[in-house]
Design a protein around this ligand. Sequence first.
Ligand SMILES: NC(=O)c1ccc[n+]([C@@H]2O[C@H](COP(=O)([O-])OP(=O)(O)OC[C@H]3O[C@@H](n4cnc5c(N)ncnc54)[C@H](OP(=O)(O)O)[C@@H]3O)[C@@H](O)[C@H]2O)c1
Length: 271
Amino acid sequence: MPQSLPTLCGSIMGSPFSLSAKIHNAAYAALGLDYTFVCFGIEDPVAGVAAIRTLGVRGMNVSMPYKTVVMEHLDAIDESALVIGAVNTINNVDGVLTGYNTDYLGAVRALQEVCELNKQRIAVIGAGGAARAVVYGCLQAAARVTVFNRSSERGKVLSSDLGAHWGGGVETFAAQDFDIVINATSVGFKQPDSNPLDGLLASHLIVMDVAFMPVRTALLLQAAELGCRTVSGTRMLVHQACRQIELYTGMEAPIDIMEQAMLEEIQRLNL
Ligand SMILES: NC(=O)c1ccc[n+]([C@@H]2O[C@H](COP(=O)([O-])OP(=O)(O)OC[C@H]3O[C@@H](n4cnc5c(N)ncnc54)[C@H](OP(=O)(O)O)[C@@H]3O)[C@@H](O)[C@H]2O)c1
């Protein structure tokens, strides 16, 4: 397998975004590793995968909009990524490229910091890539999952693909039927005034948002005001990055240092 110095890791996506580079480089520095992480905004994801092989890139994150298209160009796909239908992490071990999905694990690890998931009644709002990962993770943790989505066609497909219940449009969500509600739509991301569950929450709920900018979204602020326990998208993000560090380095991820780097960068990007 080709070698590069320092050991190179990176991210491919439609337009470059600095957050992963800050999180990963903070982790490598803390672990004393001669690794560097670079973010590549690219137009040709197939050539991007070929470049991993050509340059000997050790690990490559995959972001929007390439999480599905890269899959057929890898040598192996982890079972969870196969079921979810999206790869956000390519692990290059001795020239063999394996695709993983760490988003689902990030969501589960973040939720499990707050509660057990076994038999919990969970409502997931959304039916895109993030929702698929969240639903898969919650089902793996033996929760009872109901999906709500704006487009019923997409929501029904997700529900039947993964074995969740289909609930209908978000307006049909009734707080008393659930223990946990998770916003996995893109509503709220870089939209500090948008709350997809405005007026639909109740104080017994644990409320999670996958949106991570701003850190305290309108949904989480309303939930906290009501007295709900909350889980932020940043916690999911840092946990999924920890799994990537484990795959790329074989070492335990320094989560506190990574979280600090993430929050500093989000604050800088918000300026
Ligand atoms: N925290 C983390 O670690 C993490 C990881 C991955 C992704 N994310 C975040 O997850 C979010 C979703 O990403 P994705 O890849 O799943 O996107 P996606 O595949 O484009 O799906 C978007 C989802 O949002 C819904 N939606 C969009 N606009 C809406 C609106 N105005 N009203 C109601 N529903 C709306 C869509 O409904 P329709 O089906 O009806 O169009 C769909 O369910 C993004 O903000 C992303 O940054 C966070």
